[in-house]
Unconditional design. Structure first.
Ligand code: ADP
Length: 577
């Protein structure tokens, strides 16, 4: 399953809306560039009238005067073009910033199940390659398209003003330009979309292989991964080749299209002069315009191509918005803190149920351990209890309200899932903490750090909580990173925690040190511990034994051992080990 891709119309509508949001800056840029273009258009016009006046006889002073005017025109053009270009870049950055914020919002609100099903490659491709492509066009393309379009339009007007007859010759290349663009455009976007998909596939295969290198080695999957990569590369190669061919045809049409008018004008202009329909100076001016406009047309065509690439990327970026949310807040409020699972079922893939009608009532303040063989569905149940995924059947409720009917923020203040995977986000320590609660005050953050035993080392840093961490900043030890994650929990302050110990990455020394921080966080809360080691279960108030997606036993440790069932057997074999 892939993430959706927006259609052409949606991309257009969104681009128009983005431009409309920056209407004033846009108008300013167009005005500045128009002034610059006007100044540059004065040059051929003055040269043309110079030709005519020299033919008719003129003075040295008059020629010198025109020279000075030419210099002034060039200077004016340079200044307006410079300022205009600067404003255009500012505009590009503004548009891109808005786009990036919207995208980030969409990405961070994607339902987790969608992300997992689509694989990391697709999303990673969109957040890297596709964003880069759009960024390049928004930063440089949008400004240049504005500049060149204004220039071309004004050049045509100036040519018509100089001599309408001669200006008709300028249009000689238009049919070729139109024909090549019409051939190219409908073929380009789908091809570029395919190319983007192919790159995303390469990304996916590579990152998944590298991230799970140990698994790949152990299961001798190397050759299979390599052939997957070769396949992805072949696909990307094919589409690169295809788009290169499209570009090659386009460029031939274009180069002819803008070389033709100059040639036509020389012959056609001579005829116009012989018929007395235009002066030599006017023909000279229009011919100079045709040469001057060539670079603008070339650049515009270049950007039209890049815009095709970018619109394919934009379609993929906007596609992320099309993912249906997996939940909708209903506005109901829980009547109490009781979390209850009723007949909960779940399947990661349709038809492969991994939970079968699990029911469970959490007792406020208790510590419940979930044990069972690997693959029994413990982590999955944990995720249901924390509201990470909506269950496929049945419901998990808090105070009578389904977890997935709560707004995300409120859900996290009821129940949170704690894994031992900890990610340090690029930013300051305070930024990392505020992820839990945006409105947290410095005092509250210090309190949170203190309660996980982290305030001392944070205060010892030169910039304290304002120290930049993560890649590019201070690199935290795994234990420090874990403490930040725990401090976030303190700020969230949920009454129930689901602790998944599945991915214990910490070395035992760090773990011992952290245990204190952790128990400070757990105190006074209901805790569901997914125990992959049985000693956790021994200390719990109740133990739930899972097997094949069902809870088969539930009760206090002693009682279950006395009962002589599954748990007693597990416990015995574990003790023998
Ligand atoms: P446990 O935590 O008891 O080891 P899990 O809840 O992780 O069990 O897994 C239960 C079943 O669901 C297993 O068969 C596992 O292969 C499958 N499963 C777990 N996570 C995923 C996933 N993201 N996509 C597909 N299947 C999954």
């Amino acid at each position: 399953m892939r993430l959706p891709v927006a259609d052409r119309r949606a991309v257009w509508a969104h681009s128009r809306r983005l431009l409309a949001d920056h209407r004033r800056a846009l108008a300013g840029v167009v005005a500045l560039q128009a002034l610059a273009a006007l100044a540059s258009l004065a040059v051929p016009w003055m040269l043309g009238s110079l030709v005519d006046s020299v033919r008719e006889g003129t003075t040295r002073e008059a020629v010198a005067q025109v020279g000075v005017l030419l210099a002034v025109a060039i200077l004016v053009q340079t200044v307006f073009a410079g300022v205009g270009q600067r404003q255009a870049m500012v505009l590009g950055e503004g548009i891109f910033a808005q786009l990036r914020e919207q995208f980030l919002h969409a990405v961070t609100h994607l339902p987790l199940s969608t992300v997992e099903r689509a694989g990391t490659g697709d999303l990673l491709g969109r957040t890297t390659n596709d964003v880069d492509r759009v960024q390049w066009v928004v930063r440089f393309g949008v400004p240049r398209v504005l500049v060149t379009s204004v220039t071309i339009l004004l050049t045509l007007l100036a040519a018509f003003a100089a001599s309408p007859w001669a200006a008709v010759g300028l249009l000689a290349g238009v049919p070729l330009l139109v024909a090549s663009a019409r051939w190219y455009l409908p073929r380009a976007t789908p091809a570029y979309l395919k190319a983007s998909e192919a790159y995303a596939a390469i990304n996916g295969v590579m990152t998944e292989t590298v991230e799970h290198a140990a698994t790949v080695d152990q299961l001798s999957l190397g050759p299979r991964r390599r052939s997957r990569l070769t396949e992805a590369l072949r696909e990307a190669w094919y589409w690169e080749d295809r788009t290169l061919y499209l570009r090659a045809v386009l460029f031939v049409g274009m180069v002819l299209g803008y070389a033709v008018p100059a040639a036509v004008l020389v012959v056609y202009g001579a005829w116009l002069v012989s018929q007395g329909l235009a002066t030599v100076g006017a023909v000279a001016a229009v011919t100079l315009y045709s040469l001057q406009v060539r670079t603008s047309i070339g650049e515009l065509m270049f950007w039209i191509d890049e815009v095709q690439v970018a619109s394919a990327s934009l379609a993929r970026i906007l596609g992320v918005n099309l993912v249906e949310p997996d939940r909708q807040a209903t506005g109901e409020t829980p009547s109490d803190d009781l979390i209850t699972a009723r007949e909960v079922g779940y399947a990661y893939r349709p038809g492969h149920e991994v939970l079968h009608g699990v029911s469970l009532d959490l007792v406020p303040g208790e510590r419940l351990a979930i044990v069972g063989p690997s693959g029994a569905g413990k982590s999955t149940l944990g995720r249901m209890l924390a509201g990470i995924h909506p269950p496929a059947g049945g419901a998990v409720t808090v105070g009578g309200v389904r977890l997935v009917d709560l707004p995300e923020e409120q859900l996290r203040s009821e129940v949170a899932l704690v894994t031992q995977e900890h990610h340090v986000f690029v930013g300051t320590i305070a930024d990392n903490l505020r992820l839990a609660r945006e409105s947290a005050s410095a005092e509250e953050m210090r309190h949170a750090l203190a309660s996980v035993d982290a305030l001392a080392w944070v205060d010892a840093l030169e910039d304290g909580m304002l120290t930049a961490v993560g890649s590019g900043g201070l690199i935290l030890t795994p234990a420090q990173a874990q403490q930040l994650a725990l401090a976030r929990l303190v700020l969230l302050d949920p009454h129930t925690l689901v602790l998944d110990e599945a991915t214990s990455l910490l070395d035992p020394r760090a773990a011992r040190h952290l245990e204190q921080s952790l128990s400070a966080v757990l105190a006074g809360r209901t805790v569901v511990a997914i125990a992959h080691r049985l000693h956790t279960a021994h200390d719990a108030d109740r133990v739930a034994v899972m097997e094949d997606g069902r809870i088969v036993e539930l009760g206090p440790h002693e009682e279950l051992v006395g009962h002589g069932g599954e748990y007693a057997a597990l416990w015995q074999s574990w003790q023998q080990d």
